[in-house]
Structure formats: structure tokens, C-alpha cells
Ligand binder design. Structure first.
Ligand SMILES: [Zn+2]
Ligand SMILES: [Zn+2]
Length: 209
């Protein structure tokens, strides 16, 4: 996985090399590292990032990916008999984390949210903020680079957050969320320059039943 990331994220070569070295030397035991994700221990991942002198977001991302096969398998089992079309919340119906990417089917205009942590995706209102459920169109906006209008950040002025969104002719079922997610880093920079904050990867929603 680290080899693949080094290919896809050449500007992170140095940090990825340091992380790979720490795994190889047993400085970070991979099994313990994965368990930090299952226990939602983002502060311990932050500590490891500081020790290695690497970006916290990058190390969290790697941790999330290492845990993904286990979570994805569990998510498949849990949703086998469930109609996710009945779920109208912005957070993942399986693991409770917030979506990392939205997909818009360019012909039908249907919007689907995707959870990076367990791979579940579910339909969601096209013009609604997944974080605060805001539907006030005055407060919702799209930011994109002129050269790539189908990659955009859907921002919400009410809660100050954004979700990255990709418009594609493919259906959500055929769409490679992982591949596109890795190619959306420029959108984070655009959204940050407009004053919007990303949602942390390891922050599950807390909903009072
Ligand atoms: Zn999930
Ligand atoms: Zn919002």
C-alpha cells in the first residue's frame, strides 16, 4: 500500500519513506497501529505523527486504509438485507463516520456519499450539507478549479465545512471512490484558501437516539 501511495502522491515521498521505515523497523507495530483506528484513538496517531515528523492527516489516512478490509467486510455483512435508501443522515449508517467523498451521477443527478473507513455508500440529497443538514441554498456553494469543474468542494457557510464531490457518468456502484479520493487533494487546498475546514477522518458522528 505504501508503495502505491508513493506513486500516487509523489510530493509526500519523504514522509511516506519515513513511515515505511518506522513500520519496517518495528518502531510502529502495524497490528497495534490498526487497532488505534478501531478504537478511534486519533490522539495517539497524532502522537506517532509528531514523533516521525510527518503530517497527521497522512498517517491517519494510512491507518484508516490498513483497517479498511476488516471494516469493509463487516459493513457488507451488516448491510446485506438493509435498504440504505431509507437512511437520510449525512454520516455513515454502518460505522458512524462522516463521508469523505460524494459522487454525482451526471445524467440522473443522483448524489451518493461514501465512507472512507468502511467503504459503505448511500444516497443523499443533492443540495444538502451532510454535516449540519442545512438545505438553505444561499449558504451552500461549489468551489472548483477552472480546469476541472467535475471535481469540486461543496461548501456550507452555516457549519464552515465542505465535502469533496466528483461528477461522473458512471453509476455509484461502478465508480472507484478510492482512486478518485486520492486525486482530490488540490480541492482541500482550494477549500482551505476559501476558509473552509475539512472534517477529521476519525471523527464519528454522535447522535442522540
Ligand atoms: Zn462507514
Ligand atoms: Zn453544514
Amino acid at each position: 500500500m505504501l508503495d502505491l501511495l508513493r506513486k500516487r502522491l509523489p510530493d509526500r515521498e519523504d514522509a511516506l519513506g519515513r513511515i515505511q521505515g518506522a513500520f519496517a523497523a518495528g518502531e510502529i507495530p502495524p497490528k497495534d497501529f490498526v487497532s488505534l483506528v478501531f478504537r478511534g484513538r486519533s490522539e495517539e496517531i497524532l502522537g506517532a505523527a509528531k514523533r516521525l515528523g510527518v503530517d497527521e492527516g497522512l498517517l491517519t489516512f494510512i491507518a484508516v486504509y490498513l483497517a479498511r478490509p476488516f471494516r469493509a467486510q463487516a459493513a457488507l455483512e451488516l448491510t446485506r438485507e438493509v435498504d440504505l435508501g431509507k437512511w437520510h443522515r449525512g454520516h455513515c449508517p454502518v460505522c458512524g463516520n462522516w463521508p469523505a467523498l460524494a459522487h454525482i451521477q451526471s445524467v440522473e443527478g443522483r448524489r451518493t456519499l461514501w465512507c472512507l473507513l468502511c467503504g459503505t455508500h448511500w444516497p443523499y440529497g443533492r443540495l444538502q450539507c451532510p454535516y449540519c443538514l442545512n438545505e438553505d441554498q444561499e449558504a451552500l456553494n461549489l468551489i472548483s478549479a477552472e480546469a476541472e469543474p467535475s471535481f469540486r468542494a461543496h461548501t456550507c457557510a452555516r457549519c464552515g465545512k465542505y465535502i469533496k464531490e466528483v461528477m461522473s457518468a458512471l453509476s455509484a456502484e461502478a465508480f472507484s471512490f478510492d482512486v478518485f479520493y486520492l486525486g482530490t487533494r488540490a480541492l482541500d487546498l482550494l477549500a482551505a484558501s476559501a476558509g473552509f475546514a475539512p472534517h477529521p477522518l476519525l471523527a464519528a458522528a454522535s447522535v442522540d437516539p
